[in-house]
Design a protein around this ligand. Structure first.
Ligand code: WTA
Length: 680
């Protein structure tokens, strides 16, 4: 950890020490408890350390296996754990085929268009089965794809996305879905890293009242991938309105193919699900890390699916009768685990909403919930804060009724939590504040909704089978329940953890295990704690309060952005010599990036033009979510004598905090100049 990062963590800790107080706890409503999937307090003992790793059979047993596994956990190649060794299964079969007997004509997915005049479209399990089979036939016979190949998807929130994912899973093809809001260049980089020869995208989709041209990003993505050395053979394009091409961007002859046209050739085709090894990769999900290059988080088939099924059942409390709506995007891990794989493994009805939650007005989510009879609702603190700001008294007057609500992705302030509970949940719904990460596959900390009291602002205790530990910077484990902030780690492997970083085993070991590994030669899992990269503290009652990232990652609206990625984007602007990105507290989004740039000596560039160019570069290279809140063109960066940019000083200025002692800097006088410029 670099010095300036450590200083950040200390600042957080000090702040928390001042503001922290024990919150009033809330008991789950009796009406919820009476129907909950998991009401047996014995679960904690069943999953305690004495029963590890066999406890996870309980999750694996929720799945249908083509061949039973022989061993629950193999640690012989630590920390490359193997789960449910020897077992074979197919993820698509588990999410679709096996439900036909009981739920053939029950809705599996309900699509809600952003355009309110377009009625929702329900896809039954039978219809999902038909569509997935036809798409699998196309992928196999038209594209020639087979188990182990990678395919990049760059799709928005329509039914085409889960259909494509499940069709890949049916064949054992590894899907890599890139968040639709990411730029073409981001997509191209991920195509190259994963070695995909096919890109599956769409022509257009609705967002905030506009039919956005998405196809133009495909052309940029293919060019970017080619520049990096990866050729794309075909671009498969789903039409938002089948039969009508809705993009102004021309098709490229010989390369671009309209999926729904070609699908006609495969009408009625059936493709047997390929029984995959439990350890076969199911998908890649790229996530930001501390260097500029995103990490391809590689998830396994058996362990991942078992873990998301188990946590969907016990934490999300999903029953087949429920209508479940997670407002996240399937392009993030939350959507993979808790819109597609977890809910469908349990035969739930899962809602896919295309657009902005508050379009055309802030009552929209509650109209959707009422119309579809949604009873489980899942969203982020950013959405909660935005809805509160837009109309604090509105949800209570609307017709939604939830039994269960989830929050995920960032810490939720206790007062925002109470508003969520009172106004959106009307005091009828239990809340689960779920802490986890792309690398984790599924929830790690959360209350078990019928068994544990809720504490606003705390993610709750570790889930069954998860044994956390908080280390200080010297590698000493803090006493349990000490309320002291440190680095949150998980002592044990669990089935949802990634297998590795795609193509980079060393980075996997270095990022998550190197710092606290007790013996790099050991094959005992006890020597390999997983480092989450989050700061946290554990209260006396065993509840964890998550304090945020300790590394160079900014959490904007619950989405991870690497500061290095943004800095690299800013550095592409001609004339920019140095760039530094800091996280600034924001009332709605939690954190937003501010960019500082200094210009090459003698540069005559107009600062206003530089600001525009930096904004454009961030949007173009990463995506709109990376657009800086502000860009400051400064005369010089505050630097240590060894020449390191002191981001901590810039962060203090942007956040109107005390910059602390800067007398040891190489150029201390520049700090006042920058402060005057930024704060006025
Ligand atoms: C943060 C999203 C506080 C955390 C599932 C983590 C949270 C990062 C919570 C992972 C929570 C996630 N409370 N912070 N309940 N959930 N985080 O990979 O900093 O997109 O490391 O996965 O989000 O973000 P990712």
């Amino acid at each position: 950890m670099t010095d300036d990062v450590r200083d950040e963590a200390e600042a957080n800790e000090a702040q928390i020490a001042v503001y922290w107080r024990e919150e009033q706890i809330f008991q789950p409503p009796q009406s919820f408890v009476a129907q909950a999937n998991m009401r047996d307090p014995g679960i904690r003992e069943r999953f305690d350390e004495a029963h590890f790793p066999d406890c996870f059979r309980e999750y694996a047993d929720m799945l249908t296996w083509s061949r039973p596994y022989e061993q629950v956990l193999d640690t012989s190649h630590a920390p490359f754990w193997k789960w449910f060794v020897g077992g074979k299964l197919n993820a698509c079969e588990n999410c679709v085929d096996r439900h036909l007997a009981n739920y053939r004509n029950k809705a599996a997915l309900i699509f809600v268009s952003e355009v309110e005049d377009e009625p929702p479209v329900a896809l039954t399990y039978q219809e999902l089965y038909v569509r997935v089979n036809e798409m699998a036939a196309l992928l196999r016979d038209y594209c020639g794809l087979k188990a182990g190949d990678r395919v990049t998807l760059h799709l928005p929130m329509t039914l085409d996305l889960p259909i494509t994912m499940l069709a890949c899973a049916r064949l054992g093809v590894i899907h890599s879905q890139v968040f639709g809001g990411f730029s073409g260049k981001s997509c191209g980089q991920r195509i190259q890293d994963s070695g995909s020869r096919y890109l599956i995208t769409c022509d257009a989709y609705w967002r905030s009242g506009q039919l956005i041209d998405h196809k133009e990003k495909a052309d940029i993505a293919v060019a970017q991938a080619r520049e990096l050395g990866q050729a794309v053979d075909k671009v498969l394009i789903w039409q938002r309105y089948p039969g009508k091409y809705s993009s102004p961007t021309a098709l490229v002859a010989g390369r671009d193919v309209i999926v729904n046209e070609v699908l006609k050739r495969y009408r009625g085709e059936r493709v047997a699900p390929v029984a995959m090894d439990a350890e076969a990769p199911l998908f890649l999900m790229y996530s930001s890390g501390t260097t500029g290059k995103p990490k391809g988080c590689q998830h396994r088939t058996g362990g991942y699916l078992a873990y998301v099924a188990g946590t969907s059942k016990y934490v999300q409390d999903i029953h087949p009768e429920d209508t479940y709506w997670c407002m996240a995007d399937i392009g993030w891990i939350t959507g993979h685990s808790y819109i597609v794989y977890g809910p469908l493994a349990l035969a739930a009805t899962s809602v896919v909403y295309e657009g902005t939650p508050t379009y055309p007005d802030v009552r929209r989510p509650w109209r959707v919930a009422e119309r579809l009879g949604v009873n489980i609702f899942h969203t982020s603190p950013t959405a909660v804060r935005a809805l509160r700001r837009a109309g604090p008294d509105i949800p209570a007057t609307c017709a939604q009724h939830f039994k269960h609500m989830t929050t995920v992705g960032e810490p939720i302030e206790p007062n925002a939590w109470r508003w969520y509970f009172d106004q959106i949940g009307k005091g009828e719904a239990v809340i689960c504040d779920t802490w986890w990460q792309t690398e984790n596959g599924g929830f790690l900390c959360s209350t078990l909704p019928a068994l544990d009291a809720m504490k606003p602002g705390s993610a709750g205790p570790a889930l069954p089978g998860i044994y956390p530990v908080i280390y200080d910077d010297d590698g000493k484990a803090l006493p349990r329940g000490s309320n002291i902030a440190g680095n949150l780690c998980i002592r044990n492997p669990w089935p949802g953890i990634i297998q590795t970083i795609w193509g980079d085993d060393q980075r996997f070991v270095d990022t998550y295990f190197k710092r606290y590994c007790k013996n790099p030669k050991s094959t005992d899992w006890r020597d390999w704690p997983y480092m989450s990269g989050d700061g946290a503290m554990e209260a006396a009652d065993g509840y964890f309060r998550i304090l945020g990232r300790i590394d160079d990652v900014i959490n904007v609206s619950g989405h991870r952005l690497g500061t290095k990625e943004i800095e690299s984007a800013a550095m592409t602007v001609p004339g920019v010599a140095e760039a530094a990105v800091v996280a600034v507290a924001d009332e709605v989004k939690g954190k937003v990036p501010e960019v500082y740039v200094s210009l090459a000596a003698g540069s005559k560039a107009d600062p206003a033009a530089i600001v525009d160019a930096v904004n454009a570069a961030c949007e173009d290279i990463i995506g709109k979510i990376a657009r800086p809140a502000r860009v400051h063109v400064v005369p010089d960066m505050p630097k240590t004598r060894s020449g390191k940019i002191m981001r901590r000083v810039l962060a203090a200025i942007s956040n109107h905090r005390d910059v602390g002692d800067v007398t040891t800097l190489a150029n201390a006088s520049v700090v006042d100049d920058i402060r005057r410029q930024v704060q006025g």
